[in-house]
Write a protein that binds this ligand. Sequence first.
Ligand code: GUN
Length: 293
Amino acid sequence: MEILDGKLVSQAVKDKLKAQTEERKKQGKKLPHLAAVLIGNNGASETYVASKVKSCSEIGFTSTLIRFPQEVTEEELLFKLNELNDDFDVDGILVQLPLPSHISEQKIIETIYPTKDVDGFHPESVGRMVQGLPAFYPATPYGILLLLEHYKIETKGKHAVVIGRSNIVGRPISIMLSKNDYPGNCTVTVCHSHTPNLAEICLQGDIIIAALGKPEFLKSNMVKPGAVVVDVGITRITDSTKKSGFSIKGDVDYDDVAPKCSYITPVPGGVGPMTIAALLMNTFKACIAKDIA
Ligand code: GUN
């Protein structure tokens, strides 16, 4: 069993982006600029956004963090997004989800210009991705592809079982893994809460992507020997032994499943850091697209 080390691979991606950014600076070119919008005080969202902003500064990107209180109106938020859309210096815009219930997530996503949609959530980005056109890929599934690629994991002809059908992970990764290119060419089954015989289907998976948000859901009796297991879960569980008061659990029962796998991602340190690496890749791409525009 080998660990798919997201921390290591994400650092390699960041090192490369840092060198490319330094090169741009030397050439007097514009530096990548990410604008992150955070609403309210959700602890997990605060942590993710702080991590994204910190990664930007580590590699020489400019970043702007815009905070709004939980009570911000949709109108105020749309006004800010339009400002960011029109600001030439801003290359990528991300609004951390989930949003307060009085704000339409769809409206927010569709307001961001597709050229600045580094989260890859805009319907235009999704449509381009589905059609195999150059597009911003959503960061988490893109990060998973980068990880599979780094470890040269064979995907062609493999059966990938995706558990979860969210717009952020399950749906896009299922499309990416079926594309006619590496990493892809998988036969993909998408499972969800209404799938009967889920364990039976998982047992057929050469690659399993667990993205349903249920801590330690995937057990060894659902995994074929030698399978590649990718754990996207990041649920906070109350844990009084931790200084923070919680620990993070993935969707895979790691100790039970790991001995049966050929490769597995740990939580934390697997998909999480790769999501950030992929977001930075998208931001860099958004920036260099302006060189030729
Ligand atoms: N919330 C959970 N994952 C994500 C993500 O990839 N992007 C944004 N903007 N919000 C999220």
